[in-house]
Design a protein around this ligand. Structure first.
Ligand SMILES: *Cc1c(COP(=O)(O)O)cnc(C)c1O
Length: 230
C-alpha cells in the first residue's frame, strides 16, 4: 500500500502549500476521504494511515462499508439521500453535507425526533446552476434558511458546494468565493443564528483554490486512489 501512502502524502503537501499561500493552518482543513470508488480493504488501509473522516455519496455504500470499518470513523454523507432510505442510513453517519431540498429537511426532522437525535448538517448550494446537480439555488437558500434554522433537530454547521469541472482551476475560484460570501450574508442577516463555520468545498481537481477561499472540509477521492484500482 505504498502507493496509497504516497498519494496521501501528496494530498497533504498540496493542502499545506495552499494553506501557506493563504495564511491558514492545515489543521483547520479537514481532509474527508471519499471512498465511493474503492473497496472496504482500501478504505481500511487508509484508516491505518491515520484517516478518520470518510465519505460516501450513496446510502448503499454506507450500508456496506460503515459496519466494516472501526467505530471511531466519522462518516460523512455527501450525496443525494432518498427519504425512503433515511431510517436505515441515518444511524450510520455523523454529518450530512448534502441537505439539498426542503422535503429531505422535513423527513429528516421527523425521523430525528422519533429517534431523539440531533444531526450536524451543511446546506448544499448549487451555485453553478447545472441541471445535473442537487442543492438549493442561492436565492432559495436565502429564502429557506430561516425555516431550516427553526428545525431543532438540526445543528446547521455550514454550507457545501461543488464547482463546475474546469481545465483551469482558477475558474473555480468565483464559485468557492460565492459560497463564502453567501455564508457571510446569512450570518449577517441572522445575527443570533448559527455561525456557519463549515464550508465543504473542493475535490481532487480543485481543492487548493477552495482552501484559498476558506474551505474547512475538502472532499477528496481520486487523488488518494490514483494508480490503485478498486
Ligand atoms: C465523488 C465526490 C467527491 C470526490 O471527487 P474526486 O474528484 O474523486 O476527488 C467529492 N464530493 C462529492 C459530492 C462526490 O460525489
Amino acid at each position: 500500500m505504498q502507493i496509497l501512502a504516497d498519494n496521501l502524502a501528496g494530498v497533504r503537501s498540496r493542502i499545506a502549500d495552499a494553506c501557506s499561500r493563504s495564511g491558514r493552518r492545515p489543521e483547520d482543513v479537514t481532509l474527508v476521504a471519499v471512498t465511493k470508488t474503492v473497496s472496504v480493504e482500501i478504505a481500511r488501509h487508509l484508516y491505518e494511515l491515520g484517516i478518520r473522516d470518510f465519505a460516501e455519496n450513496r446510502p448503499q455504500s454506507l450500508w456496506e462499508k460503515q459496519p466494516q470499518l472501526p467505530p471511531d470513523v466519522r462518516w460523512h454523507m455527501i450525496g443525494h439521500l432518498q427519504t425512503n432510505k433515511l431510517r436505515r442510513t441515518l444511524p450510520l453517519f455523523s454529518i450530512l453535507h448534502s441537505l439539498d431540498r426542503w422535503s429531505l429537511a422535513t423527513a429528516l426532522d421527523a425521523e430525528l425526533q422519533r429517534i431523539g437525535r440531533r444531526l450536524p448538517v451543511a446546506i448544499e448550494v448549487n451555485l453553478t446552476e447545472e441541471e445535473a446537480k442537487h442543492g438549493f439555488s442561492r436565492t432559495e437558500v436565502i429564502e429557506i434558511y430561516p425555516r431550516l434554522m427553526q428545525i431543532s433537530a438540526f445543528d446547521v454547521q455550514g454550507l457545501m458546494t461543488m464547482a463546475r469541472q474546469e481545465d483551469d482551476i482558477q475558474r473555480c475560484r468565483p464559485t468557492f468565493a460565492a459560497l463564502r460570501e453567501l455564508r457571510e450574508d446569512l450570518v449577517r442577516q441572522h445575527p443570533g443564528g448559527p455561525k456557519l463555520a463549515m464550508l465543504s468545498m473542493g475535490m481532487s481537481g480543485d481543492f487548493e483554490v477552495a482552501i484559498e477561499e476558506g474551505a474547512t472540509h475538502i472532499r477528496v477521492g481520486s487523488a488518494l486512489f490514483e494508480g490503485i484500482g478498486a
